[in-house]
Ligand binder design. Structure first.
Ligand SMILES: *[C@@H]1O[C@H](CO)[C@@H](O)[C@H](O)[C@H]1NC(C)=O
Ligand SMILES: *[C@@H]1O[C@H](CO)[C@@H](O)[C@H](O)[C@H]1NC(C)=O
Ligand SMILES: *[C@@H]1O[C@H](CO)[C@@H](O)[C@H](O)[C@H]1NC(C)=O
Ligand SMILES: *[C@@H]1O[C@H](CO)[C@@H](O)[C@H](O)[C@H]1NC(C)=O
Ligand SMILES: *[C@@H]1O[C@H](CO)[C@@H](O)[C@H](O)[C@H]1NC(C)=O
Ligand SMILES: *[C@@H]1O[C@H](CO)[C@@H](O)[C@H](O)[C@H]1NC(C)=O
Length: 407
């Protein structure tokens, strides 16, 4: 079995892709997160490799899938760290995202007046669904489906043929401006915003819990370089945290409000919430789905978690806007990593974790709503093609609508 698996892994690594740096698959994965971020980095790699081995076994063994046209090794896609992409591969991904911004919107103006292009269709959906897909039972699975819908649209409408990326937060906690995702080069998603001096702190107010205050970061203004310098954010703001503690919102965030993409890279936030130790702790310390997803999204009043940490570390507008955040093209890299962390966590105990759901259908259960179950139907909505599916279809990345693994 082992040799068959290693053989198939080699097949996944097409020659033009860099090999992963994970350790030997025979090593036992760790059970306790190291407080050394260097060791924790190796641990996260080991956990990911162990998840990959199991996921490949399941695909190889699944005869039903082979007979029914489901997910097979031939169809399986690999999602990769942006740092494993070559220059040409990065450019191909970036071009396909820019392509979406040049295609017409499919959303009728009556549904979202501000949706001006195909990329905006995704932003509009996220604004409309926001209160039902954050701090609800569907947070992880809905976003898995949403990112997949974006990936499919890049492939079907912009001819993208490469692998889908993720942003490996832990690699960038020394200095976000040197991140391959955010360094401002033509192979990044553009970088920092122009520096705006003397900005007061950001203050995150969540539903009456104690506020969390953070520095406003190292930028704040429009992109100064890179592929997204001329890109426009067309909708929102909706729930945008402003320096000084106010929240900026339009009366209708779906209205047209074109403006530049702003960032304020904040390494200190990424370092505090999304370093390798934080990632390893999240994966290893929480055994119950409620605990896992709550810590991942940030325990209200006490932290941002890796999810909020990544968004607030990008900063700016819409990086600090829960509803409009997909309008920052780095959203997809960030949520690729969120999905990867969930995928690793699930594979540590598939029997108990693959189908585990906790939470209701409304943001922090306000207003109160029924528990989300495997039978709860979710969809992407508006003009984003994602048919209604039962939650149970979204729990495995190698079944239902999905056929991918992470390296
Ligand atoms: C896959 O099949 C092999 C051979 O029958 C078996 O040893 C292995 O445990 C199976 N793996 C999984 C994950 O079911
Ligand atoms: C096997 O494949 C079928 C069809 O794609 C799928 O419904 C099922 O969930 C898969 N089983 C596992 C264990 O992944
Ligand atoms: C916050 O909003 C209030 C009320 O609109 C305004 O008076 C105040 O100046 C704003 N503070 C900042 C820092 O923008
Ligand atoms: C956080 O910032 C808000 C808004 O500027 C301020 O009112 C509050 O006192 C700050 N809290 C702490 C703990 O510094
Ligand atoms: C790494 O993350 C953990 C968990 O969020 C945090 O307690 C720790 O202080 C962070 N380390 C650094 C160097 O910021
Ligand atoms: C909803 O889930 C919570 C937490 O798991 C549980 O305590 C509660 O009994 C569930 N409610 C219903 C109506 O099933």
């Amino acid at each position: 079995m082992i040799s068959r698996r290693i053989l198939t892994l080699a097949l996944l690594l097409a020659p033009n892709w860099a090999s992963p740096t994970a350790t030997s698959p025979s090593m036992l994965p760790p059970t306790v997160a190291s407080s050394s971020t260097d060791i924790a980095a190796v641990q996260v790699n080991q956990l990911a490799r162990s998840a990959l081995n199991l996921a490949l076994d399941i695909v190889i063994n699944n005869t039903t899938s082979q007979e029914s046209g489901g997910c097979t090794m031939e169809k399986l896609r690999v999602r990769r760290d942006w740092r494993a992409f070559s220059r040409a591969q990065k450019r191909a991904y970036i071009e396909s995202v820019l392509c979406l911004t040049h295609l017409p919107s499919s959303t009728p103006a009556k549904d979202a007046r501000g949706a001006k292009n195909r990329y905006d269709d995704f932003v509009a959906v996220h604004i409309v669904k926001s209160d039902f897909v954050h701090r609800t039972g569907a947070f992880l699975s809905w976003h898995r489906y949403f990112v997949h819908g974006f990936e499919q649209t890049l492939r079907n409408e912009c001819g993208y043929t490469g692998d889908f990326p993720y942003w490996n937060w832990g690699a960038d906690t020394e200095d976000m401006t040197k991140s391959e995702v955010f360094d401002g080069s033509d192979t990044s998603l553009s970088g920092n915003g122009a520096f705006i001096p003397n900005q007061p702190d950001i203050s995150v107010d969540m539903a009456g819990y104690p506020r969390l205050n953070f520095t406003a970061g190292t930028g704040g203004g429009c992109m100064t370089s890179g592929p997204f310098q001329d890109y426009t954010v067309d909708m929102g703001p909706s729930t945008l945290s402003m320096p000084g503690g106010n929240v900026s919102s339009m009366s209708n965030p779906l209205d047209y409000n074109p403006r530049c993409l702003k960032r304020s890279l904040t390494t200190s936030i990424l370092q505090r919430y999304a370093n390798y130790t934080a990632i390893a702790q999240l994966i290893l310390n929480y055994h119950d789905i409620w605990d896992f997803e709550t810590v991942l999204q940030g325990v209200p009043g006490s932290g941002l978690g890796v999810h909020g940490g990544g968004h607030y570390a990008m900063g700016g507008d819409p990086g600090r806007d829960m509803d409009v955040s997909p309008a920052d093209p780095a959203f997809w890299h960030h949520h690729g990593m969120i999905d990867r962390v969930w995928w690793i966590w699930q594979h540590l105990d598939l029997d108990d974790r693959q189908q585990a759901i906790s939470g209701t259908g409304t943001f922090m259960n306000q207003p109160p709503s029924p528990n989300t179950t495997l039978d709860t139907m979710v969809d992407l909505g508006l003009a984003v093609r994602g048919a209604p599916v039962a939650m149970r279809e979204l729990m495995s990345t190698t079944a239902g609508p999905f056929c991918y693994v992470y390296l």
